[in-house]
Write a protein that binds this ligand. Structure first.
Ligand code: GLU
Length: 437
């Protein structure tokens, strides 16, 4: 006997009343992963019936962020604001059966659903059996007096009309589910299956908010996080593969994902994990690609990356590729390469620049001036020769040089740094510090 396969259809239904939040992106992702895993369809529906709070800029930001993450709607995007006739038709069906009634208000006629006041239960894929007593709820507004549908009504009409098989959403919607189920019952329709995912908490176990870190996906994008790293990170908030691996490609996640393996405990937002994942993805990305990707974001953050030769910029990114996990960190560590005037770390100055080391810097300056070629090897040889002549430790020369040219007490290999900085700037910084001290 051949098995009839129900084709999975899921939707992500954001309201364009704010930027795409980390939690919503995770909801979108779980829907998308499930659709891909099942060979089903993932559909985007914009819940923009609240005309006052819905904004074009939020809509385009949500669409951009989803696109950046690689989640595409498999069918034409639906907008609730253009589906009003459908909601009216469905409201009429309930009015005709006397399951709903009109209520006159000053502003106009509202349509209200008669709550059957029974008990209602459903099997949530994540949470198990959940029962509600409808006596706890009032009659339900379907169409407000201004003619716009309520969320619960539009949502059910659309989910029926769009033939959704599974509703995967945040568990903050659990109390809406009995209201939606009574509508399915009233229409004599079979409800979809529900999977309510626990919310994301901050490290202090309170609901994730700006206090815990950036909440908009856009902010991660602008801070140099790669989409693969963000997808990987979002997937691990509430789900994990059986072997608890952490770094997984999107393809691997799709293959392993299932609704049953979503955890029924809140996920905790761990920025360290995201930073770790991002640095892993940066390390494995070819430096030219990372450079192209990061350049516009660097410019946005005030580093005039576009004014530099791309080969040079790529070498900088390559040199730092194992040392940063986002753009802010990259800028903090490498900014001395882009600036004319550098900031000095007070502690580094105090530790390494003093009466004893200043003359070393003077002598190294002279050695560099005498060099025919300014390269890693010649710079290192000059430094070796000088430390021998002066009979000093290597570190007693190298640390002061590093502080003089970078302002910091740590950097990648100092000679690579000097080459990237170039002869002119290197000499200027070595001289400046001698004058200054
Ligand atoms: N527009 C609702 C929200 O953004 C959708 C909830 C649902 O998935 O049913 O929370």
């Amino acid at each position: 006997m051949s098995e009839v396969k129900t084709h999975v259809r899921v939707r992500f239904a954001p309201s364009p009343t704010g930027y795409l939040h980390i939690g919503s992106a995770r909801t979108a992702l779980f829907n998308w992963l499930y659709a891909k895993n099942q060979g089903g369809k993932f559909i985007l529906r914009i819940e923009d019936t609240d005309l006052e709070r819905s904004k074009k800029e939020f809509l385009s930001e949500i669409l951009d962020s989803l696109k950046w993450l690689g989640m595409k709607s498999d069918e034409e995007i639906q907008f609730q604001s253009s589906r009003k006739p459908l909601y009216d038709t469905y409201a009429k069906k309930l009015l005709d059966k006397d399951k709903a009634y009109y209520e006159e208000t000053e502003k106009g006629k509202a349509v209200i659903f008669r709550n059957p006041k029974t008990k209602i239960a459903f099997d949530d894929i994540v949470k198990g059996k959940i029962e509600f007593d409808l006596n706890e709820f009032d009659d339900l507004v379907l169409i407000k007096s201004d003619g716009t549908p309520t969320y619960n009504f539009a949502c059910v009409v659309d989910d029926m009309d769009m033939k959704m098989t599974h509703i995967i959403r945040g568990d903050d919607h659990i109390s809406n589910t009995p209201k939606q189920l009574m509508l399915y019952n009233a229409f004599g329709a079979r409800p979809p299956k529900f999977a309510h995912i626990p919310l994301i908490l901050g490290e202090d176990r309170s609901r994730m908010s700006k206090r815990h870190g950036a909440t908009a996906i856009r902010e991660y994008r602008e801070n140099g996080y790669l989409p693969e790293a963000v997808i990987n990170f979002l997937a691990l908030m509430g789900w994990s593969p059986k072997d608890n691996r952490e770094k997984l490609s999107t393809e691997q996640i799709i293959k392993l994902f299932s609704l049953k393996s979503i955890k029924n405990t809140p996920a905790v937002f761990d920025i360290k994990k995201l930073n770790w994942l991002n640095s892993e993805y940066i390390k494995s990305c070819p430096p030219e690609k990372t450079t192209d990707y990061l350049t516009p974001f660097l410019i946005k953050k005030g580093v005039p990356a576009g004014n530099y030769d791309k080969k040079w910029l790529t070498s900088v990114i390559k040199l730092y590729s194992t040392r940063f996990s986002n753009i802010d960190e990259f800028i903090e560590k490498s900014e001395f390469l882009f600036k004319e005037k550098i900031d000095f770390d007070e502690q580094a100055l105090k530790s390494y620049i003093n009466e004893k080391t200043i003359p070393y810097l003077g002598k190294y300056t002279k050695k560099i001036e005498a060099l025919e070629s300014f390269g890693e090897k010649t710079l290192e040889e000059a430094a070796r020769a000088l430390s021998q002549e002066l009979n000093i430790n290597w570190a007693d020369l190298i640390h002061p040089v590093r502080v003089a040219v970078t302002g910091k007490d740590s950097s990648p290999g100092i000679f690579e740094v000097l080459v990237l900085l170039g002869r002119e700037k290197t000499l200027k910084r070595l001289k400046d510090i001698q004058e200054k001290s």
